[in-house]
Design a protein around this ligand. Structure first.
Ligand code: UD1
Ligand code: UDP
Length: 355
């Protein structure tokens, strides 16, 4: 069997890496196709290097564009490569524009499509990712769901049971594989951090493309830093960096830094007291690593983290954010993480072998 593994952004590189490693281990023929939706050194090459994966020879070089142009270009280029290389399966992961484009190309080229992290739903149709997920799930031959919850959403939407496989989330594989690489980093020393710090990431358009919303979040974080004596550490996504600069947002009491490599970032999570985020993957990583999370959104496509009480949704309301911090100051942090035992990649490849 010959598989094409399509990636485009930072989280896709990370979450596909255990599958790539498993293919290497088992000598399964595979090509990595990179759209380069993310292309800055610290959103792209750094991750292949950290994760010990050769930088993809098949690089579509699409980079940032308006969504319709980006999706069209990735779809066209993927289609040409898919046909030329006669793949048996195309694998995509998550909900980005790269995923939607490659999924449509696989469908039009009549090649079987596997969707890793299928069935996630925020039920917020203003998110571009929600549309990408729904379409990708609906045309996938293999929906690899991380949990029973995600599988149940697919069943409810009428997707046949024969296409649904609950396999866990490959983020758990990645943490398991890389534990020794981040566990021993002396992160306080490396970044000259106070003992107690909160880690922040933001990149959702609804939070960072709107000046009022971005200012609101930054002001709340700044207040929390003083009120609770937290150092606030904020590795800034390029979308957000651009907006902070262009909107001239003041970031008092907050330590901004460029996006970090994977191991430094996992170590930062692992040693933090609290996480504030709007990221999908970071809600999962916080849950797996036993760190309390405050999600600065009205909804999440990771309801499992709410169910196990590792995550609190606050939206952008300052009172709610403070009340969530109070909760985490006063309540124990123990839960069973719901994202699997770190064997998702193995399960996915074995299912394809029999498919
Ligand atoms: C994309 C995904 C989002 C995912 C996120 C992971 C879509 C619709 N969005 O959002 O689901 O959670 O990646 O981080 O697919 N930029 C750079 N360098 C880069 C990449 C981006 O400077 O390497 C800047 C550009 O100004 C670009 C902006 O960031 O216009 C946004 O990038 P884009 O890939 O469109 O969306 P993300 O916010 O990264
Ligand atoms: N991450 C990283 N460095 C950073 C910020 C995030 O390595 O400075 C990793 C993080 O560990 C997680 C992934 O990037 O695995 C999450 O990516 P992002 O938040 O951009 O996307 P999302 O998960 O929301 O799609």
């Amino acid at each position: 069997m010959k598989i094409a593994i399509v990636v485009g952004t930072r989280p896709e590189i990370i979450k596909m890496s255990p599958i790539i490693k498993y293919c290497e281990l088992k000598n399964i023929k595979h090509d990595i196709i990179h759209s380069q939706q993310h292309y800055s050194e610290n959103m792209d090459k750094l991750f292949f290097k950290d994760l010990g994966i050769e930088y993809p020879k098949i690089n579509l070089g699409v980079k940032s564009k308006k969504p319709h142009a980006q999706i069209a270009e990735i779809m066209k280029k993927c289609g040409e490569i898919f046909i030329k290389n006669c793949y048996d399966f195309i694998l995509v992961q998550g909900d980005t524009n790269t995923v939607l484009a490659a999924a449509l190309a696989a469908n039009k080229c009549k090649i079987k499509l596997g969707h890793v992290e299928a069935g996630l739903r925020s039920f917020d149709y203003s998110m571009p990712e929600e549309i990408n997920r729904i379409i990708t799930d609906s045309i996938s031959d293999f929906c690899f769901c991380p949990t029973e919850t995600s599988a149940s959403y697919l069943r409810k939407s009428g997707i046949s049971d024969s296409k649904i496989f609950v396999v866990g989330n490959t983020i758990a594989d990645s943490i398991k594989i890389n534990l020794d690489k981040f566990k021993y980093i002396e992160i306080h020393k490396k970044f000259s951090l106070d003992k107690r710090y909160a880690l922040v990431t933001l990149h959702r358009p609804s939070n960072v493309d709107d000046k009022e919303n971005l200012e609101k979040i930054i002001q709340s974080l700044s207040l929390i830093s003083k009120k609770y004596n937290y150092e606030i550490v904020f590795p800034v996504h390029p979308r957000t960096k651009k907006n902070i600069k262009e909107m001239n947002i003041k970031t008092h009491n907050i330590r901004l830094m460029d996006p970090l490599g994977y191991f430094d970032f996992l170590s930062l999570i692992n040693n933090s007291s609290l996480i504030f985020t709007d990221s999908g993957g970071i809600q999962e990583e916080a849950c797996i690593l036993g760190k309390p999370c405050v999600t600065l959104r009205e909804n999440t496509e990771r309801p499992e983290t709410i169910d196990v009480c590792s995550n609190i949704l606050t939206g952008l309301n300052e009172e709610q954010i403070i009340s969530a911090v109070n909760y985490w100051e006063n309540n124990p942090q123990n839960w069973q993480q719901p994202f699997g035992d770190g064997t998702s990649s193995q399960k996915i490849i074995n299912i394809l072998k029999h498919g």
